[in-house]
Design a protein around this ligand. Structure first.
Ligand SMILES: Cc1cc2nc3c(=O)[nH]c(=O)nc-3n(C[C@H](O)[C@H](O)[C@H](O)COP(=O)(O)O)c2cc1C
Length: 168
């Protein structure tokens, strides 16, 4: 099957290597190719490569304790829902973009893991504050990114979907 079967969450990165901005921008372009309700303009992205900001964000996710060892993140940001024609579908737009970014990362030999943020109000508020977002936009999720230490991290783990035909 295609590359989607090889996307696994990667939590250990080679911190001696930096992902070039041009590659990060390509990942974001992949995110923006994802479907969105009524082609609404619902998404933005932020590249975070300053360690002090990453360390601040790490405090939000202290239960996971992973991102202190990461030097690059992409934040998937929702535009102000009040400005959208289909605000109720916006979280799905954002989730689709997140997955596209992580799959394209595999394509480029980059590991990733997303950090659960939206719809946890407390996490969203803290993340917004750290990034200085206070105009109705909001942090949907962060994707931690890096070149993996373990080259075998993109292993296939075929899932067993429940498939019904013609009725649920
Ligand atoms: C909504 C959501 C939130 C997640 N939050 C976290 C997180 O905060 N920390 C983390 O290490 N992994 C997080 N993950 C990654 C999951 O743990 C991971 O996708 C799951 O264990 C399946 O493993 P795989 O991604 O390797 O297939 C999250 C995944 C999703 C979809």
């Amino acid at each position: 099957m295609s590359i989607v079967t090889k996307r696994r969450s990667v939590r250990k990165f080679d911190l001696t290597k930096k992902i070039p901005d041009s590659i990060l921008e390509e990942l974001i372009m992949a995110g923006e190719e994802a479907p969105r309700a009524r082609r609404q303009d619902s998404r933005e992205y932020v590249i975070i490569n300053k360690q002090e900001i990453i360390n601040e964000l790490a405090k939000i996710y202290k239960c996971t304790m992973i991102i202190e060892e990461c030097n690059t993140m992409i934040g998937v940001i929702g535009k102000n829902p009040d400005d959208l024609p289909c605000p109720s579908f916006q979280p799905i737009d954002l989730a689709c973009a997140t997955e596209n970014i992580m799959v394209e990362a595999v394509n480029k030999g980059i590991g990733s893991v997303m950090l659960g943020t939206y719809p946890d109000k407390e996490r969203v508020e803290k993340a917004n504050n750290i990034l200085g977002i206070n105009d109705g936009r909001f942090v949907f999720t962060f994707i931690c990114l890096g070149y993996p230490i373990d080259e075998d991290c993109f292993y296939e783990m075929r899932q067993k979907p429940i498939i019904n035909y013609n009725r649920g």
